[in-house]
Design a protein around this ligand. Structure first.
Ligand code: SAH
Ligand code: SF4
Ligand code: F3S
Length: 436
């Protein structure tokens, strides 16, 4: 291998970043670079996340550390876009913004010539032509839109990913078809607010997109999507899901807060009652549904009563899973201006109370799975449970299957035991994506 041409990618953050890393990896491989472990690499690419301060700091610490070890560092992703100048000063070798990932090949070549470089900004519309080789044996991510126009008052994403741009229907269909042909069993449609998808050429909205992806591809696959804003969940989308065979009945509905007052301050545009109604409608329409969520505690102005409202929604919906965060103030976001910030101890305490409640409910939910049969998809060897295979249900509950199975198989598994929150499945028979 030519000197200086080994690279390694370290990815923080959400599935968008995972997908961007896959794209950059494909480009670098095509340009003659070779992938290796970070310790052996000449170039370390850090794909950063800015959503909470901790994640952003971790990426910066990594960058400094790899620089100290004498590596060339390309700092990419959301922090790169948002804090470009500061990051460049950190003495990284290159800064690569979220809409410039297609330039990673040129950037890496310039590093070979010892030139430092900064590529940032939203002036270009990405072509979406780069279809990366999936790095996961079973799941593939497909962007349906990039950017976000919602400007929730706590969130940095609109500033790190720019305005929302929908990808064309044809391009999504082609990529999904290609991936299914190559053996992907789970197509994850990605957008910051998938429900606002609209393709001008065909006039298709998100419901139409789901409808066509369900009908127009041949094969054995599930469709999942992230994330729908609860505000924009239309009856048409429900209908498309209801009438489909490939689309998962997993609904990830980021609640953020159960208090209508706080939701208003967050600029989420739905009320506690509207969120609850949506969940009741899902539970009624899809008895096998999984509802998961994201919750932020300690947003400025959140009082005991507001927090009680969040706990109340948690009790009423009984989420199958939740990601819970302490509010983290982010640069440029409107919520920075709120004066009534909460002390760290209050945020800590509330997070602890919330986690405990959610965990109890998840425990109960998992117990309800005991003895039942599920269609599951094998993903690979479990690291935690010896002689077990990692699996997930169609509704996206993760678990393990007794024994060793090849990745990418659909099968019927019966839950025989729950360890912690992990359901343990026993093999019953192989099947297709529908369980037949
Ligand atoms: N577009 C997605 C969210 C992406 S960010 C959506 O609207 O669903 C993922 C999650 O991070 C959010 O749902 C939120 O719960 C959390 N988050 C975002 N900004 C945050 C902040 N400033 N502090 C704490 N958590 C935050
Ligand atoms: Fe952030 Fe809101 Fe956009 Fe999600 S919808 S990325 S929370 S601004
Ligand atoms: Fe994703 Fe983090 Fe950016 S959550 S969109 S990588 S700020």
């Amino acid at each position: 291998m030519e000197k200086g041409k080994r690279f390694s990618i370290i990815t923080f953050g959400c599935q968008m970043n995972v997908r961007d890393s896959e794209t950059m990896r494909s480009i670098l491989l095509r340009r003659g670079f070779e992938e290796d472990k970070p310790e052996n690499a000449d170039i370390v690419l850090i794909n950063s996340c800015s959503v909470r301060e901790k994640a952003a700091n971790r990426a910066k610490i990594y960058a400094r550390e790899f620089k100290r070890k004498g590596k060339k560092v390309i700092f990419a992703g959301c922090v790169a876009e948002n804090e470009k100048d500061r990051i460049f000063e950190l003495e990284v070798d290159a800064v690569l913004g979220t809409r410039k990932i297609h330039k990673v090949g040129d950037v890496a070549v310039s590093l070979l010539e010892d030139r430092r470089i900064m590529e940032v900004g939203f002036d270009e519309i990405p072509s979406f032509d780069e279809i990366p080789e999936p790095t996961h044996p079973v799941t593939s991510y497909v962007n349906i839109s990039i950017g976000c126009d919602n400007f929730c008052s706590f969130c940095i994403v609109p500033y790190t990913r720019g305005r929302e741009i929908a990808r064309s229907f044809d391009s999504i269909l082609n990529e999904a078809r290609e991936l299914v042909k190559k053996g992907s069993k789970e197509i994850f449609l990605l957008g910051q607010n998938v429900n606002s998808y609209f393709d001008e050429k065909t006039g298709y909205d998100f419901a139409d997109l789901l409808y066509h992806l369900d009908k127009k591809l041949d094969g054995n696959y599930w469709i999942k999507y992230l994330s729908p804003n609860p505000r924009d969940f239309s009856y048409k989308v429900f209908k498309a899901i209801k009438e489909s065979t490939h689309i998962s009945h997993w609904f990830h509905l980021p609640l953020q807060s159960g208090s209508t007052k706080i939701l208003k301050r967050m600029k989420r545009d739905y009320t506690k009652e509207e969120f609850l109604d949506l969940c009741y409608m899902i539970r009624e329409g899809f008895p096998d549904a999984t509802i998961t969520t994201d919750i932020i505690v300690g947003f400025p102005g959140e009082d005991d009563k507001d927090f009680e409202d969040t706990l109340d929604v948690v009790e009423k919906v009984r989420f199958e899973m939740a990601f819970m965060f302490k509010y983290s103030e982010r640069p440029n976001t409107p919520a920075r201006r709120y004066k009534d910030k909460l002390p760290e101890e209050v945020k800590d305490k509330r997070l602890q109370v919330l986690i405990e409640k959610v965990n109890n409910i998840i425990g109960e939910r998992r117990k309800e799975m005991l003895g039942r049969r599920f269609i599951i998809l094998t993903e690979g060897e479990s690291e935690k449970f010896e002689n077990h295979t990692k699996v997930k249900t169609r509704e996206n509950i993760k678990g393990v299957l007794k024994g060793k199975f090849e990745p990418g198989k659909f099968l019927i598994g019966r839950v025989t035991e729950i360890i912690g929150h992990t359901p343990i499945f026993e093999f019953e028979r192989f099947c297709d994506y529908k369980g037949e």
